[in-house]
Design a protein around this ligand. Structure first.
Ligand code: FRU
Length: 496
Protein backbone atom coordinates (compact mmCIF):
# COMPACT_ATOMS: atom_id res chain seq x y z
CA UNK A 1 0.00 0.00 0.00
CA UNK A 2 1.15 3.52 -0.59
CA UNK A 3 -0.05 6.76 0.87
CA UNK A 4 -0.05 10.12 -0.78
CA UNK A 5 0.32 11.98 2.49
CA UNK A 6 3.04 14.57 2.21
CA UNK A 7 3.09 14.81 -1.58
CA UNK A 8 1.98 18.43 -1.50
CA UNK A 9 5.39 19.85 -2.37
CA UNK A 10 6.66 19.88 1.21
CA UNK A 11 9.66 17.62 0.66
CA UNK A 12 8.05 14.41 1.83
CA UNK A 13 7.69 11.55 -0.56
CA UNK A 14 5.02 8.93 -0.25
CA UNK A 15 5.87 6.11 2.08
CA UNK A 16 5.01 2.47 2.06
CA UNK A 17 3.19 1.32 5.17
CA UNK A 18 3.91 -1.83 7.04
CA UNK A 19 1.23 -4.42 7.56
CA UNK A 20 1.11 -7.95 8.90
CA UNK A 21 2.23 -9.39 5.58
CA UNK A 22 4.30 -6.56 4.17
CA UNK A 23 7.14 -5.14 6.24
CA UNK A 24 7.65 -1.41 6.35
CA UNK A 25 7.94 1.49 6.75
CA UNK A 26 10.42 2.01 3.94
CA UNK A 27 10.71 5.78 3.90
CA UNK A 28 14.48 5.69 4.33
CA UNK A 29 16.53 6.95 7.24
CA UNK A 30 14.19 8.81 9.54
CA UNK A 31 16.97 10.95 11.04
CA UNK A 32 17.80 12.71 7.75
CA UNK A 33 14.16 13.24 6.81
CA UNK A 34 13.21 14.54 10.25
CA UNK A 35 16.22 16.88 10.42
CA UNK A 36 14.87 19.04 7.59
CA UNK A 37 11.37 19.27 9.12
CA UNK A 38 11.88 22.43 11.20
CA UNK A 39 9.28 21.85 13.92
CA UNK A 40 9.71 18.08 14.24
CA UNK A 41 11.23 16.92 17.55
CA UNK A 42 14.53 15.10 16.93
CA UNK A 43 14.73 12.88 20.00
CA UNK A 44 11.06 12.33 20.75
CA UNK A 45 8.92 9.67 19.13
CA UNK A 46 6.80 11.12 16.31
CA UNK A 47 4.99 9.27 13.51
CA UNK A 48 6.73 8.97 10.14
CA UNK A 49 3.42 10.15 8.71
CA UNK A 50 -0.10 10.75 9.96
CA UNK A 51 -1.30 11.05 13.53
CA UNK A 52 -0.39 9.36 16.81
CA UNK A 53 -1.89 9.59 20.26
CA UNK A 54 -1.39 7.26 23.25
CA UNK A 55 1.88 5.37 23.73
CA UNK A 56 0.80 1.73 24.20
CA UNK A 57 2.26 -1.77 24.58
CA UNK A 58 5.38 -0.56 26.38
CA UNK A 59 7.61 -3.43 27.41
CA UNK A 60 11.25 -4.49 27.37
CA UNK A 61 11.05 -7.79 25.47
CA UNK A 62 14.09 -9.96 24.81
CA UNK A 63 16.17 -7.00 25.93
CA UNK A 64 14.67 -4.56 23.43
CA UNK A 65 12.32 -1.73 24.43
CA UNK A 66 9.04 -1.81 22.47
CA UNK A 67 6.99 1.33 21.98
CA UNK A 68 3.69 1.19 20.14
CA UNK A 69 1.38 4.13 19.54
CA UNK A 70 -2.21 4.79 18.57
CA UNK A 71 -1.75 5.66 14.91
CA UNK A 72 -3.73 6.93 11.95
CA UNK A 73 -1.44 6.71 8.89
CA UNK A 74 -4.03 8.18 6.55
CA UNK A 75 -4.04 11.76 7.82
CA UNK A 76 -2.55 13.99 10.54
CA UNK A 77 -5.81 13.76 12.49
CA UNK A 78 -7.31 11.07 14.72
CA UNK A 79 -9.08 8.33 12.75
CA UNK A 80 -9.25 4.54 12.45
CA UNK A 81 -6.62 3.43 14.92
CA UNK A 82 -3.64 1.27 13.99
CA UNK A 83 -0.73 0.44 16.29
CA UNK A 84 2.52 2.01 15.08
CA UNK A 85 5.63 0.28 16.41
CA UNK A 86 9.20 1.31 17.23
CA UNK A 87 12.03 -0.50 18.98
CA UNK A 88 14.98 0.65 21.05
CA UNK A 89 18.03 -0.90 22.68
CA UNK A 90 18.01 1.70 25.47
CA UNK A 91 14.59 3.46 25.61
CA UNK A 92 15.98 6.63 24.01
CA UNK A 93 17.13 5.61 20.47
CA UNK A 94 14.27 4.42 18.24
CA UNK A 95 13.91 2.47 14.99
CA UNK A 96 10.59 2.16 13.19
CA UNK A 97 9.15 -1.35 12.86
CA UNK A 98 6.22 -2.46 10.69
CA UNK A 99 2.76 -1.35 11.76
CA UNK A 100 1.73 -3.94 14.36
CA UNK A 101 -2.08 -3.81 14.27
CA UNK A 102 -4.38 -2.65 11.51
CA UNK A 103 -8.16 -2.19 11.76
CA UNK A 104 -10.58 -4.27 9.72
CA UNK A 105 -11.63 -2.93 6.31
CA UNK A 106 -14.02 -0.02 6.96
CA UNK A 107 -17.72 -0.37 6.21
CA UNK A 108 -17.69 3.13 4.72
CA UNK A 109 -15.68 6.36 4.66
CA UNK A 110 -16.82 7.49 8.11
CA UNK A 111 -16.25 4.14 9.86
CA UNK A 112 -13.72 4.76 12.67
CA UNK A 113 -13.56 1.13 13.82
CA UNK A 114 -10.03 0.46 15.06
CA UNK A 115 -7.63 -1.06 17.53
CA UNK A 116 -7.53 1.22 20.54
CA UNK A 117 -5.14 1.42 23.44
CA UNK A 118 -3.74 -1.48 25.42
CA UNK A 119 -0.60 -3.09 26.75
CA UNK A 120 1.98 -5.85 26.24
CA UNK A 121 3.23 -8.81 28.27
CA UNK A 122 5.75 -11.59 27.70
CA UNK A 123 3.74 -14.84 27.39
CA UNK A 124 6.23 -17.73 27.43
CA UNK A 125 8.11 -17.25 24.15
CA UNK A 126 5.63 -14.77 22.69
CA UNK A 127 5.03 -11.05 22.88
CA UNK A 128 1.30 -10.68 23.60
CA UNK A 129 -0.69 -7.48 23.12
CA UNK A 130 -4.01 -6.79 24.83
CA UNK A 131 -6.01 -3.99 23.28
CA UNK A 132 -9.41 -2.43 22.90
CA UNK A 133 -11.15 -3.57 19.76
CA UNK A 134 -13.42 -0.59 19.15
CA UNK A 135 -16.35 -0.89 16.79
CA UNK A 136 -17.92 2.26 15.42
CA UNK A 137 -21.56 1.52 16.24
CA UNK A 138 -22.82 4.21 13.87
CA UNK A 139 -21.25 2.23 11.01
CA UNK A 140 -22.07 -1.15 12.59
CA UNK A 141 -25.46 -0.83 14.34
CA UNK A 142 -26.02 -3.34 17.12
CA UNK A 143 -22.33 -4.19 17.58
CA UNK A 144 -20.65 -4.13 21.00
CA UNK A 145 -18.61 -0.93 21.09
CA UNK A 146 -15.57 -2.00 23.13
CA UNK A 147 -14.11 -5.49 23.62
CA UNK A 148 -10.74 -6.73 24.82
CA UNK A 149 -8.77 -8.45 22.07
CA UNK A 150 -5.32 -9.97 22.00
CA UNK A 151 -2.60 -10.52 19.38
CA UNK A 152 0.71 -12.34 19.61
CA UNK A 153 4.10 -12.25 17.95
CA UNK A 154 7.01 -14.64 18.18
CA UNK A 155 9.46 -12.43 16.25
CA UNK A 156 8.51 -9.13 17.91
CA UNK A 157 7.43 -7.44 14.68
CA UNK A 158 4.59 -9.49 13.11
CA UNK A 159 1.42 -9.70 15.20
CA UNK A 160 -1.48 -12.10 14.71
CA UNK A 161 -4.84 -11.56 16.44
CA UNK A 162 -5.65 -14.68 18.47
CA UNK A 163 -8.32 -17.26 17.68
CA UNK A 164 -9.65 -16.61 21.20
CA UNK A 165 -10.88 -13.09 20.36
CA UNK A 166 -12.74 -11.45 21.91
CA UNK A 167 -10.80 -12.17 25.09
CA UNK A 168 -13.46 -10.24 27.03
CA UNK A 169 -16.64 -9.89 24.95
CA UNK A 170 -18.05 -6.75 26.55
CA UNK A 171 -18.31 -4.56 29.63
CA UNK A 172 -19.83 -5.46 32.99
CA UNK A 173 -23.03 -3.65 33.99
CA UNK A 174 -21.30 -0.82 35.88
CA UNK A 175 -19.30 0.43 32.88
CA UNK A 176 -21.75 2.44 30.80
CA UNK A 177 -19.31 5.29 29.97
CA UNK A 178 -16.61 3.11 28.45
CA UNK A 179 -14.63 -0.10 28.69
CA UNK A 180 -11.16 0.27 27.33
CA UNK A 181 -7.36 0.42 27.55
CA UNK A 182 -6.53 -2.96 29.18
CA UNK A 183 -3.26 -2.84 31.12
CA UNK A 184 -2.00 -6.30 32.05
CA UNK A 185 0.70 -7.29 34.53
CA UNK A 186 1.76 -10.31 36.60
CA UNK A 187 0.73 -9.83 40.23
CA UNK A 188 3.12 -11.40 42.73
CA UNK A 189 0.47 -11.23 45.50
CA UNK A 190 -1.23 -14.34 44.14
CA UNK A 191 0.71 -15.22 40.97
CA UNK A 192 -2.28 -14.29 38.77
CA UNK A 193 -2.29 -11.98 35.79
CA UNK A 194 -4.20 -8.78 36.51
CA UNK A 195 -5.83 -6.42 34.05
CA UNK A 196 -7.03 -2.90 34.83
CA UNK A 197 -9.45 -1.20 32.44
CA UNK A 198 -10.65 2.38 32.12
CA UNK A 199 -14.33 3.01 32.61
CA UNK A 200 -16.95 5.26 34.17
CA UNK A 201 -20.47 5.12 35.49
CA UNK A 202 -22.94 7.60 36.94
CA UNK A 203 -20.71 10.58 36.17
CA UNK A 204 -17.60 9.19 37.91
CA UNK A 205 -14.48 7.61 36.40
CA UNK A 206 -13.71 4.03 37.41
CA UNK A 207 -10.94 1.47 37.12
CA UNK A 208 -12.13 -2.13 36.66
CA UNK A 209 -10.08 -5.14 37.75
CA UNK A 210 -9.92 -8.56 36.06
CA UNK A 211 -7.71 -11.57 36.80
CA UNK A 212 -6.53 -14.63 34.90
CA UNK A 213 -4.33 -17.63 35.63
CA UNK A 214 -3.26 -18.03 31.97
CA UNK A 215 -3.95 -14.77 30.04
CA UNK A 216 -6.85 -16.53 28.30
CA UNK A 217 -9.73 -16.97 30.78
CA UNK A 218 -10.52 -13.70 32.56
CA UNK A 219 -12.64 -13.18 35.69
CA UNK A 220 -14.21 -9.83 36.56
CA UNK A 221 -13.14 -8.87 40.09
CA UNK A 222 -15.04 -5.60 40.43
CA UNK A 223 -14.38 -1.86 40.56
CA UNK A 224 -10.83 -1.26 41.85
CA UNK A 225 -11.25 2.48 42.32
CA UNK A 226 -14.03 4.96 41.66
CA UNK A 227 -13.66 8.72 41.32
CA UNK A 228 -15.96 11.23 42.98
CA UNK A 229 -16.86 12.91 39.71
CA UNK A 230 -14.36 15.76 40.13
CA UNK A 231 -11.94 13.97 37.78
CA UNK A 232 -14.48 13.36 35.05
CA UNK A 233 -17.05 10.73 34.17
CA UNK A 234 -14.67 8.43 32.30
CA UNK A 235 -11.15 7.39 33.25
CA UNK A 236 -8.95 6.31 30.35
CA UNK A 237 -5.62 4.48 30.17
CA UNK A 238 -5.26 3.13 33.73
CA UNK A 239 -1.91 1.84 34.97
CA UNK A 240 -1.26 -0.01 38.22
CA UNK A 241 2.45 -0.26 38.93
CA UNK A 242 4.78 -0.69 41.87
CA UNK A 243 7.00 2.33 42.54
CA UNK A 244 9.55 2.29 45.38
CA UNK A 245 7.52 -0.26 47.35
CA UNK A 246 4.21 1.59 46.97
CA UNK A 247 1.53 1.12 44.28
CA UNK A 248 0.71 3.89 41.85
CA UNK A 249 -2.62 3.93 40.02
CA UNK A 250 -2.52 6.35 37.08
CA UNK A 251 -5.61 7.43 35.16
CA UNK A 252 -6.15 9.88 32.32
CA UNK A 253 -8.99 12.20 33.22
CA UNK A 254 -10.42 15.19 31.44
CA UNK A 255 -8.13 17.28 33.67
CA UNK A 256 -4.92 15.50 32.63
CA UNK A 257 -2.92 12.66 34.09
CA UNK A 258 -4.03 11.91 37.64
CA UNK A 259 -2.35 9.51 40.05
CA UNK A 260 -3.21 7.79 43.29
CA UNK A 261 -0.44 6.35 45.47
CA UNK A 262 -1.46 3.67 47.90
CA UNK A 263 -1.63 0.04 48.86
CA UNK A 264 -2.72 -2.78 46.57
CA UNK A 265 -3.53 -6.15 48.14
CA UNK A 266 -4.05 -8.06 44.90
CA UNK A 267 -7.77 -7.31 44.86
CA UNK A 268 -8.26 -3.94 46.58
CA UNK A 269 -6.52 -0.58 46.24
CA UNK A 270 -6.50 2.01 49.05
CA UNK A 271 -5.16 5.42 48.04
CA UNK A 272 -3.19 7.46 50.55
CA UNK A 273 -2.12 10.35 48.29
CA UNK A 274 -3.14 11.73 44.91
CA UNK A 275 -2.27 14.49 42.50
CA UNK A 276 -1.39 15.46 38.93
CA UNK A 277 1.59 13.59 37.53
CA UNK A 278 2.55 16.48 35.23
CA UNK A 279 1.30 20.03 35.56
CA UNK A 280 1.90 21.19 31.98
CA UNK A 281 -0.79 21.72 29.34
CA UNK A 282 0.20 18.79 27.09
CA UNK A 283 0.49 15.54 28.98
CA UNK A 284 -2.01 12.70 28.74
CA UNK A 285 -2.54 8.96 28.29
CA UNK A 286 0.77 7.97 29.88
CA UNK A 287 1.74 4.33 30.04
CA UNK A 288 4.02 2.91 32.74
CA UNK A 289 5.94 -0.36 32.72
CA UNK A 290 8.69 -2.06 34.69
CA UNK A 291 11.80 -2.73 32.64
CA UNK A 292 14.15 -5.72 33.02
CA UNK A 293 16.24 -3.90 35.59
CA UNK A 294 13.13 -3.25 37.70
CA UNK A 295 12.76 0.45 36.94
CA UNK A 296 9.23 1.91 36.73
CA UNK A 297 9.36 3.81 33.43
CA UNK A 298 6.74 5.93 31.72
CA UNK A 299 6.02 7.56 28.36
CA UNK A 300 3.18 10.04 27.90
CA UNK A 301 1.45 11.64 24.94
CA UNK A 302 2.24 15.36 24.52
CA UNK A 303 -1.37 15.84 23.43
CA UNK A 304 -2.45 18.98 21.67
CA UNK A 305 -5.33 17.64 19.65
CA UNK A 306 -7.43 20.78 19.99
CA UNK A 307 -4.71 23.30 19.22
CA UNK A 308 -3.62 24.77 15.95
CA UNK A 309 -0.83 22.44 14.89
CA UNK A 310 1.70 23.49 12.23
CA UNK A 311 3.20 19.98 12.12
CA UNK A 312 0.14 18.99 10.10
CA UNK A 313 1.51 21.05 7.21
CA UNK A 314 4.37 18.53 7.12
CA UNK A 315 2.02 15.56 7.03
CA UNK A 316 2.14 14.42 10.63
CA UNK A 317 0.86 15.36 14.08
CA UNK A 318 1.56 14.68 17.78
CA UNK A 319 4.56 13.43 19.73
CA UNK A 320 5.31 11.26 22.76
CA UNK A 321 7.38 12.38 25.75
CA UNK A 322 10.84 11.06 26.42
CA UNK A 323 11.05 7.98 28.63
CA UNK A 324 10.78 9.00 32.29
CA UNK A 325 11.44 7.13 35.51
CA UNK A 326 8.85 7.25 38.28
CA UNK A 327 9.72 7.60 41.96
CA UNK A 328 8.02 8.29 45.27
CA UNK A 329 9.08 11.74 46.42
CA UNK A 330 10.18 12.33 50.05
CA UNK A 331 6.79 13.92 50.82
CA UNK A 332 4.98 10.73 49.76
CA UNK A 333 3.75 11.92 46.35
CA UNK A 334 4.62 10.60 42.89
CA UNK A 335 7.40 12.22 40.88
CA UNK A 336 9.28 11.60 37.65
CA UNK A 337 12.61 12.41 36.02
CA UNK A 338 14.19 11.72 32.60
CA UNK A 339 15.53 8.18 32.29
CA UNK A 340 19.31 8.14 32.86
CA UNK A 341 19.99 6.79 29.34
CA UNK A 342 18.86 10.13 27.92
CA UNK A 343 22.46 11.31 28.37
CA UNK A 344 23.41 8.98 25.50
CA UNK A 345 21.81 11.50 23.16
CA UNK A 346 24.17 14.26 24.24
CA UNK A 347 26.00 15.89 21.34
CA UNK A 348 28.17 18.98 21.59
CA UNK A 349 28.43 20.53 25.00
CA UNK A 350 27.27 24.11 24.53
CA UNK A 351 27.65 25.53 27.99
CA UNK A 352 29.44 24.80 31.18
CA UNK A 353 29.65 27.51 33.76
CA UNK A 354 29.87 27.98 37.47
CA UNK A 355 27.44 29.87 39.65
CA UNK A 356 27.07 33.06 37.64
CA UNK A 357 25.35 36.15 39.02
CA UNK A 358 22.32 37.31 37.05
CA UNK A 359 21.85 41.07 37.56
CA UNK A 360 18.35 42.44 37.75
CA UNK A 361 16.90 43.28 34.33
CA UNK A 362 20.12 42.20 32.50
CA UNK A 363 19.53 38.67 31.20
CA UNK A 364 22.52 36.33 30.90
CA UNK A 365 22.78 34.16 27.76
CA UNK A 366 23.24 30.48 28.60
CA UNK A 367 22.99 28.44 25.41
CA UNK A 368 21.61 28.43 21.91
CA UNK A 369 19.92 25.52 20.18
CA UNK A 370 16.57 24.05 19.20
CA UNK A 371 17.07 20.64 20.85
CA UNK A 372 18.78 20.96 24.21
CA UNK A 373 19.35 19.18 27.49
CA UNK A 374 19.88 21.94 30.02
CA UNK A 375 20.84 21.36 33.64
CA UNK A 376 20.71 24.51 35.66
CA UNK A 377 18.85 26.14 38.51
CA UNK A 378 19.11 28.91 41.06
CA UNK A 379 20.76 29.22 44.44
CA UNK A 380 17.88 30.85 46.27
CA UNK A 381 19.99 31.31 49.41
CA UNK A 382 22.10 33.77 47.41
CA UNK A 383 19.33 35.37 45.33
CA UNK A 384 17.43 38.51 46.24
CA UNK A 385 15.22 38.52 43.11
CA UNK A 386 11.45 38.43 43.58
CA UNK A 387 11.13 36.52 40.29
CA UNK A 388 13.87 34.63 38.48
CA UNK A 389 13.94 32.17 35.65
CA UNK A 390 14.78 31.28 32.09
CA UNK A 391 13.62 32.30 28.66
CA UNK A 392 13.57 29.42 26.17
CA UNK A 393 13.07 29.27 22.39
CA UNK A 394 13.92 32.95 22.63
CA UNK A 395 14.60 35.61 20.00
CA UNK A 396 13.71 39.28 19.91
CA UNK A 397 10.33 38.27 18.44
CA UNK A 398 9.13 35.52 20.78
CA UNK A 399 10.01 33.44 23.81
CA UNK A 400 8.80 30.91 26.36
CA UNK A 401 9.15 32.12 29.94
CA UNK A 402 9.87 29.72 32.78
CA UNK A 403 9.77 31.75 35.98
CA UNK A 404 9.95 31.07 39.69
CA UNK A 405 8.79 33.16 42.61
CA UNK A 406 10.72 32.19 45.76
CA UNK A 407 8.04 33.76 47.99
CA UNK A 408 5.24 31.52 46.66
CA UNK A 409 7.38 28.61 45.35
CA UNK A 410 5.42 28.77 42.11
CA UNK A 411 7.18 27.59 38.95
CA UNK A 412 5.31 29.04 35.98
CA UNK A 413 5.58 28.01 32.32
CA UNK A 414 4.21 30.70 30.00
CA UNK A 415 4.04 29.79 26.30
CA UNK A 416 1.68 32.59 25.25
CA UNK A 417 4.40 34.55 23.49
CA UNK A 418 5.88 31.68 21.52
CA UNK A 419 4.49 30.58 18.20
CA UNK A 420 1.30 31.01 16.36
CA UNK A 421 -0.96 32.67 18.90
CA UNK A 422 -1.89 29.62 20.91
CA UNK A 423 -0.30 29.05 24.27
CA UNK A 424 -1.00 28.76 27.95
CA UNK A 425 0.22 29.46 31.45
CA UNK A 426 0.73 26.46 33.70
CA UNK A 427 2.30 26.21 37.11
CA UNK A 428 3.41 23.85 39.83
CA UNK A 429 4.59 24.32 43.40
CA UNK A 430 8.21 23.25 43.80
CA UNK A 431 10.33 23.54 46.92
CA UNK A 432 14.07 24.17 46.85
CA UNK A 433 16.30 21.53 48.47
CA UNK A 434 17.65 21.83 52.04
CA UNK A 435 20.51 24.05 50.79
CA UNK A 436 18.10 26.44 49.12
CA UNK A 437 18.80 25.21 45.57
CA UNK A 438 16.08 25.11 42.92
CA UNK A 439 17.41 22.48 40.50
CA UNK A 440 16.01 22.51 36.98
CA UNK A 441 16.39 20.11 34.06
CA UNK A 442 14.91 21.44 30.85
CA UNK A 443 14.55 19.42 27.64
CA UNK A 444 13.68 21.37 24.52
CA UNK A 445 13.14 19.74 21.13
CA UNK A 446 12.11 22.12 18.34
CA UNK A 447 8.43 22.13 19.33
CA UNK A 448 8.39 20.58 22.80
CA UNK A 449 9.46 21.52 26.30
CA UNK A 450 9.74 19.23 29.30
CA UNK A 451 10.72 20.87 32.58
CA UNK A 452 11.73 18.73 35.57
CA UNK A 453 12.46 20.12 39.01
CA UNK A 454 14.91 18.57 41.43
CA UNK A 455 11.97 17.51 43.61
CA UNK A 456 10.33 15.46 40.84
CA UNK A 457 7.74 17.91 39.48
CA UNK A 458 7.27 18.32 35.73
CA UNK A 459 5.66 20.62 33.20
CA UNK A 460 5.24 19.43 29.60
CA UNK A 461 4.20 21.68 26.72
CA UNK A 462 4.24 21.85 22.94
CA UNK A 463 5.24 25.19 21.41
CA UNK A 464 5.66 26.14 17.76
CA UNK A 465 8.18 28.98 17.43
CA UNK A 466 7.60 31.11 14.34
CA UNK A 467 11.24 31.82 13.58
CA UNK A 468 14.19 29.48 13.19
CA UNK A 469 16.28 32.01 15.11
CA UNK A 470 14.15 31.49 18.23
CA UNK A 471 16.65 29.16 19.87
CA UNK A 472 18.13 31.24 22.69
CA UNK A 473 18.21 30.35 26.36
CA UNK A 474 18.83 33.12 28.87
CA UNK A 475 18.59 33.50 32.64
CA UNK A 476 16.83 36.53 34.09
CA UNK A 477 16.10 38.13 37.43
CA UNK A 478 13.69 40.88 38.44
CA UNK A 479 13.36 42.79 41.71
CA UNK A 480 16.90 41.86 42.73
CA UNK A 481 19.77 39.69 41.61
CA UNK A 482 19.78 35.91 41.12
CA UNK A 483 22.58 33.39 41.43
CA UNK A 484 22.64 30.60 38.85
CA UNK A 485 23.67 27.14 39.95
CA UNK A 486 26.49 25.47 38.00
CA UNK A 487 24.99 25.04 34.54
CA UNK A 488 25.54 22.62 31.69
CA UNK A 489 23.84 22.42 28.29
CA UNK A 490 24.15 19.90 25.50
CA UNK A 491 22.88 19.90 21.95
CA UNK A 492 20.81 16.74 21.64
CA UNK A 493 21.35 14.31 18.78
CA UNK A 494 18.68 12.40 16.89
CA UNK A 495 16.92 9.45 18.50
CA UNK A 496 16.57 7.86 15.03
C1 FRU B 1 -6.93 8.15 25.17
C2 FRU B 1 -7.87 7.34 24.28
C3 FRU B 1 -8.06 5.94 24.83
C4 FRU B 1 -8.46 5.17 23.60
C5 FRU B 1 -7.61 5.82 22.54
C6 FRU B 1 -8.23 5.87 21.18
O1 FRU B 1 -6.35 9.20 24.49
O2 FRU B 1 -9.11 8.00 24.14
O3 FRU B 1 -8.99 5.84 25.88
O4 FRU B 1 -8.22 3.80 23.72
O5 FRU B 1 -7.33 7.13 22.99
O6 FRU B 1 -7.33 6.35 20.23
Amino acid sequence: RTSAVGDAGNGLTSVRLGSANQPGPTEGPAAARYAVDPLRPQYHYTPYQGWINDPVGLIQWRGTYQLFAQFNPASPFWGPMHWAHAQSPDSVHWTNAPVALTPPAPAGPSDTTGEWSGSAVADNGALRLFYTHYTDTAAHPGAIREQVWSATSTDGTTFTPGAGNPVIPGPPAEAEAGFRDPKVFRDLHDGLWKMVLGSGHGGAGKVLLYSSPDLRAWTYRGVLLSGDGSTGGMWECPNLIQVDGRWALLVSTNGGEHYFLGDFTGSTFTPTASGQLDSGPNFYAAQAFTDSSGRPLLVGWMNNGDAFDPNRLDGWSQAETITRQLSVRPDGTLGSAPVSQLDRLHGTQLARRGGTAVPTAAPVPIADGASLDLRTGFDLSRSSATTLGLTLFASSAERVILSYEPATRQLVLDTRNSGYGQGSVSHVTSAPDAQGRLNLRVLTDRSSIEVFTGDGRSLTARVYPRYTQSTGVTAFATGGEARLLPTEAWAMTSAW
